[in-house]
Design a protein around this ligand. Structure first.
Ligand SMILES: Cc1cc2nc3c(=O)[nH]c(=O)nc-3n(C[C@H](O)[C@H](O)[C@H](O)COP(=O)(O)OP(=O)(O)OC[C@H]3O[C@@H](n4cnc5c(N)ncnc54)[C@H](O)[C@@H]3O)c2cc1C
Length: 475
């Protein structure tokens, strides 16, 4: 398995075409806006070599017969779902940001399920996955299309979707763009998947395939985040780590047959999208509580610096923040613990609890953020730069007014996680990542057995006979 250092070096070997702020970036790894996100991914590699975390960070691969990084592993046991969640929480806490590998992990497991019963697709996917595990690669899980006018279907506006534009004897040519691509510029390969279930006549959009990030025709453009110019500087908030999203453009990219897993198979693509949604919505019960641990810690630190930590309303607000955080985590754990074994040999999460988990993530962190902002006070929005606090002429006077450098750094961290660069992978990802709130409500409405509830209500109301418990209880 790669070390963190070997991972960073491996990124330098790529000939990535990445644009940052309108300019082609020669060395993405060293760019101040990219490096904090590289560091967050590197943490996922580092923990695989850390005796204290190795059990969570690695998993035995039946495919290649040796331990692999958990982010390339199949969920072979129910406990793998739970270990994944725990690993995500640890990483979320250690980095305070998105460590960018969950879409790839959830995507490869969903593809394992979707290729079940399709021998050719499975054999190609199996061979590719072995390579990913052997080389210990980071994947960009690329699902979300630009979508344009949401009321139109893909064939009505094909330029807003990734699709097959040519089929050759030796492969396919794809065109289009995927947006919001987490960690794309830090990855080795792109795992392209459809972003939604598709209908008859939409087969060209039903494509799942892989390619190196520097395949000819692939261009990435780094997304901007509020306060991203502060990265690498004293006011960054999170001093070492950050998230990343890119637009990925596919300009007639040729994909050889051995990297095409699904092409035009509507049923398998639907399985892929639904299975992925379940995995990924449960994932938010791991990483986001980890990030929230950091926000709670930062808010607590400010209250200590401000001398209000012991006030009863402050303690109560911290308890509330922790209570909401554990609610999210508990739902992720529940979705994993109630997982079931799919005939393909991997475990899938409970879809209802996974969707309830993600649905809570679209609201509870906003309340936690509100409480953090309450506790932090107005200085999180008005504080001068830390450079001013360190200034030989101003420093003494400013520190008297603005407090210690520790307090300032704690405030910057709260700021970053609530409305700065850290809040994009955190707060906005809470809302939209793995689907906006309505997407979960749609699944819940479809999945919940409404008739079973009505049936039991009819029995208890005395309308129908109790076939489940019988009459003995009354005897
Ligand atoms: C930080 C971040 C990281 C992400 N990482 C990844 C990643 O790594 N890989 C990836 O593939 N994707 C990623 N995503 C994408 C994520 O899955 C999408 O943001 C999500 O599915 C919502 O899509 P959207 O952003 O296009 O918003 P929209 O779908 O446009 O949603 C906006 C609003 O419009 C509503 N809406 C949408 N369609 C309709 C309709 N037909 N009728 C009525 N209302 C509608 C929604 O309910 C919502 O309220 C990421 C997103 C974020 C924010």
């Amino acid at each position: 398995m790669r070390t963190a250092e070997a991972y960073v070096e491996s990124l330098r070997a790529r000939k990535l075409r990445l644009f940052v702020d309108g300019e082609l970036c020669d060395s993405p790894v060293d760019h101040p806006k990219v490096r904090p996100a590289v560091n967050a991914v590197a943490a996922t590699y580092a923990l695989a070599h850390d005796p204290a975390h190795r059990a969570l960070a690695t998993s035995h691969s039946g495919l290649i017969g040796r331990p692999v990084n958990r982010f390339t592993a199949l969920f072979r046991e129910r406990e793998d779902l739970l270990r994944k969640l725990e690993f995500q929480r640890v990483l979320g806490r250690l980095t305070g940001t998105c460590f960018q590998r969950c879409v790839g992990l959830d995507g490869l497991n969903a593809l394992w399920v979707a290729t079940h019963g399709r021998p050719e697709a499975r054999s190609r996917f199996d061979a590719w996955l072995r390579g990913v595990q052997e080389r210990d690669e980071m994947l960009n899980g690329a699902m979300t299309d630009a979508k344009g006018d949401r009321s139109k279907r893909p064939p009505e506006q094909p330029d807003h979707y990734v699709r097959v534009v040519e089929r050759r004897a030796d492969g396919v040519v794809i065109r289009g763009a995927k947006i919001h691509q987490t960690g794309a510029a830090n990855a080795h390969q792109i795992l392209v998947m459809p972003g939604q279930a598709l209908r008859e006549g939409e087969e060209d959009f039903a494509i799942a395939c892989a390619m190196p990030v520097d395949a000819p025709g692939v261009t990435m453009v780094l997304g901007r985040q509020p306060s991203d110019d502060r990265r690498g500087g004293p006011d960054a908030g999170n001093a070492r780590f950050g998230g990343q999203e890119c637009v990925v453009l596919f300009d007639d990219v040729f994909v050889p047959n051995d990297l095409v897993f699904l092409d035009g198979d509507l049923e398998a693509c639907s399985t892929l999208v639904n299975t992925f949604a379940g995995y990924h919505r449960a994932s938010y019960g791991g990483c986001k509580p980890g990030n929230l641990d950091v926000l709670i810690g930062a808010a607590d630190l400010v209250t200590r610096e401000n001398g209000v930590r012991k006030a009863s309303h402050v303690r109560d607000k911290l308890v509330q923040m922790a209570h909401l955080t554990e609610t999210i985590h508990g739902l992720g754990v529940g979705a994993s613990a109630k997982g079931t074994l799919h005939p393909s040999g991997v475990w899938v999460v409970d879809p209802i609890l996974a969707n309830v988990c993600k649905h809570h993530v679209t609201s509870l962190p906003y309340e936690i953020v509100r409480l953090a902002e309450d506790l932090a006070g107005g200085a999180m929005a008005t504080l001068p730069s830390i450079a001013d606090l360190d200034h030989p002429e101003l420093g003494d006077a400013l520190r008297t007014v603005a407090g210690t450098e520790e307090r300032a750094k704690a405030l910057r961290l709260v700021e970053s996680l609530t409305y700065g660069a850290g809040s994009v992978p955190f707060r906005i990802e809470c809302m939209h990542g793995a689907g906006s709130p309505q997407a979960q409500r749609v699944v819940l409405e479809r999945t919940i057995d409404w008739d079973a509830k009505v049936k039991r209500a009819r029995v208890l109301a005395g309308i129908d006979t109790d076939h489940e418990l019988g009459d003995e209880l009354d005897a």
